[in-house]
Ligand binder design. Sequence first.
Ligand code: UP5
Ligand code: MG
Length: 192
Amino acid sequence: PLADDTTVVFVLGGPGAGKGTQCANLVRDYGFVHLSAGDLLRAEQNRSNSKYGELINRYIKEGQIVPMEITIALLHAAMKGADSSRFLVDGFPRKMDQALKFEEAVCPSKFVLYYECPEQEMLKRLLKRGETSGRADDNIESIKKRFKVFEDTSYPVIEHYKKQDKVETVSCKQSVEDVYRQTKEIIDKELQ
Ligand code: UP5
Ligand code: MG
């Protein structure tokens, strides 16, 4: 079981908004454990005897959302094995059913950190990263599909939490440092 003082922050935002970049700063300054659902899925995909490798590969390339049982199991296992009780859950939940299931079966979230970024800017960042990332989904065809899934399926999750007054929004169209300054203010307020 997880410790009683477990704190989960959902870090959401479109593809390439800068979630991973900002989470790295928060790990350094606040002792969070960073759990990127996408990174966990990519690691599982590369594990030699994973039975889900092929499936994950297919979903990620198409920008589709992997069945939630797989992702939630990976997140839960990583949380149980962690040596801190503060978690940044990055890029998850991306679909309403995942949000409800995770909060019921694993842990309720404290709040949502939402990185808001115009599509044009995200596109620019992802294409640039694609020159060196080796990620199977950093190409124009996959990126377009990721944008569509974000708008149709993942954004409604943010709206759901907005209705509950649980969303802190950070505007991403600035330098990494400026985005982090806003992020810190929110974290200091929420964790005090
Ligand atoms: N960069 C960052 N901040 C910048 C700034 N302020 N100014 C200029 N440049 C900035 O950043 C992206 C790039 O932009 C980097 O090169 C960075 O240097 C630069 P990054 O921090 O990596 O952005 P991030 O929001 O983390 O982008 P990422 O591509 O990781 O977002 P996605 O949400 O698309 O990817 P994720 O890995 O979460 O998911 C990938 C796929 O996995 C999904 O499409 C889906 O198929 C699958 N998935 C599921 O099925 N279920 C899940 O629950 C999660 C994922
Ligand atoms: Mg990321």
